[in-house]
Design a protein around this ligand. Structure first.
Ligand SMILES: [Zn+2]
Length: 188
């Protein structure tokens, strides 16, 4: 336990750029990203190393690939990933590309990524009392509803970035069904 508001569940490689938060932070949205990095066994570690060293103003809470999760920013601190939804968001980077089709997201490698990401998202839903639903753009922009969104939605609603990840092919229904399985498992 690193501080009062953290759990240390995954290997931690500190990001260089993020906002330290002293008091307990409210988290409203979980933002899903694709790393734009290849389907390899050490992609989470590689991107964590990138966040650790880059001079770019970029970071995320966790990086997820097919066989591991690496945490880069503690949950209570603010990662710099999706302007407009950074201060009240948890940022999750998945190995893969926004250009992937739904079939690509459901290939043997990506199914393992989705499984690890669903497990992590379920833990965050339970930790922050976030329902397992995908918010509409209107709900995201209203700044009140809690739920899960894409970086693409954050770009569209807040107009502070142009990223479209994790892409139109991301299998939301499948992914949320897996999150629900983990929520049931973890709360049972
Ligand atoms: Zn993104």
């Amino acid at each position: 336990m690193d501080s009062l508001f953290e759990t240390a569940k995954w290997p931690f490689v500190p990001a260089k750029n993020f906002t330290k938060v002293a008091k307990k932070r409210g988290v409203r949205v979980i933002v899903m990203h694709s790393m734009e990095a290849p389907e390899k066994g050490d992609t989470a570690e590689k991107i964590a190393e990138y966040f650790h060293t880059t001079i770019k103003q970029a970071s995320a809470h966790i990086c997820v690939d097919n066989n591991s999760i690496v945490q880069c920013v503690w949950d209570n601190d603010i990662a710099w990933a999706a302007p407009g939804a950074n201060s009240d968001g948890i940022q999750i980077e998945m190995a893969g590309y926004a250009k992937q089709t739904t079939a690509d997201w459901l290939d043997p490698y990506s199914v393992l990524v989705l499984e690890n990401a669903a497990n992590a998202v379920a833990q965050y839903c339970l930790k922050y009392d976030i329902p397992v639903i995908r918010l509409t753009d209107e709900e995201l922009g209203g700044r009140l509803a809690k739920g899960i969104v894409s970086h693409s939605q954050v770009s569209k609603v807040f107009k502070k970035s142009d990223h479209t990840d994790p892409g139109a092919g991301f299998p939301w229904d499948y992914f949320l069904s897996r999150v629900n399985v983990y929520v049931a498992k973890l709360s049972g």
